[in-house]
Ligand binder design. Structure first.
Ligand SMILES: [Ca+2]
Length: 92
């Protein structure tokens, strides 16, 4: 009696786990232009930085300045600003 109850519980637990696994998308979540710098630079060729940001790596000064666009990009994918200088995907 006890064993069959435990088996039933285990069976329903397996069902819950199986349906949870089925809800996971087959492919990684895509964030559109925020997937990587290649896509981001298609829209913003020199990157997007916060107002007043300075390129750590060198001399990129022609990036688009927008606190809002930078914040949205960084929230979607913080690796877009890997060197954390306040400019996402800076490119000369
Ligand atoms: Ca950067």
């Amino acid at each position: 009696m006890k064993t069959s109850r435990i088996s039933a519980l285990a069976a329903s637990a397996s069902l819950v786990l199986a349906s949870a696994a089925m809800t996971v998308p087959a492919e990684a979540h895509s964030t559109g232009i925020h997937d990587n710098c290649t896509k981001f630079n298609n829209k913003y060729p020199h990157g997007v930085g916060k107002r007043g940001a300075h390129d750590h790596g060198g001399d990129v000064t022609n990036f688009k300045r927008s606190n809002k666009i930078y914040r949205i990009a960084n929230n979607h994918n913080s690796t877009l600003d890997g060197d954390n200088d306040g400019i996402a995907c800076e490119r000369a």
